[in-house]
Design a protein around this ligand. Sequence first.
Ligand code: QUE
Length: 339
Amino acid sequence: LEVTLDRPKALNAITIEMIDEIIFQLDRLQQEDHLVGMVLLGGGGKAFSAGGDVRAVYDDGHQNPHLAPSDQTAQFFLREYQMNLALHRSEKPVVSLVDGIVMGGGVGLSFHGARAVVTENALFAMPEVAIGFVPDVGGTYALSHCPGKLGLLLGVTGARLKGREILDAQLVHGFIQSEHLDVLREKLSRATSPENVLEITDAHIDRERREFPDLSVIDQACQGSMNDMAEALKNSEHPFLQRAYAGLTRGSPLACHVVHKQLTSGLGQNLIDALRLEYRLVVRMLRKKDFYEGVHAVLVDRSHQPEWLYPSISDVPESELSDILEPIDLPDWDPDKRY
Ligand code: QUE
């Protein structure tokens, strides 16, 4: 069963209709004996998926952030997380073939299945701080599997990884040259059982991980508080850390602090806890100016300079953060509910 994300003009950004379709196909996969697994692909050649349809979320809330999220927007996130968990829980393997951009919501679609495979064209990021938002769709869980403090660095700065680096960061299961994708797809189309889907996939991918370069330098820079980390990145001469610092300076200072709390909370170790926490954070962030400033600057009017609630990392008061992980005034996301 092959499913292709096909909204190439929007880099396959995920809409509620796409979520509904994937949930429907996942249900079919569990129920129909002749289906042995699912392959997820990005159409259009450029992206697997660049994220969620945050433009729709922006349109829904920008006139009155205090009233966010609307029922429709809350439903979008609740159902998206239901899908993320269903991909993770599927009894039959879901294999994602990531041959391009995979960011934000796209990560939640691909990395939680039985096998996520990247090519040399894959470009990964959790870039949400740029739009005053936080990594969701189980990003807390995915980033917690990175070695050392790499996941914290990726989440707080939105730094990018490409190709094999994504495998080395322990975010995915394997690597394949894009020229070999067609052969793998053809073989998978003739798989005879769920076990056979995994055997075929594993026979075509490289699962050998290299040590992530300069991990000790990364760990050293990512110690202590958000403020400590910003200072250490600022002073680093390491090219990867300098690029990460540039991401930090472009992002919402409030969002950076929230992500730091999120990723050091210890709640990333299991996907359900991660999604529950993320829903609380997402609702809180949708009520803040920074999400609307960020989306405006990045997706609506690229000449717009975001005016963040707090101008720099060191200006964010502890009072904004002390209760941020606590329950909200809406019911928590429920892993066993169908939204
Ligand atoms: C940070 C993000 C997102 C982003 C850009 C950022 C994001 C997202 C999109 C996106 C991209 C193309 C589209 C679209 C959305 O861009 O989450 O609808 O067509 O979904 O800097 O977090």
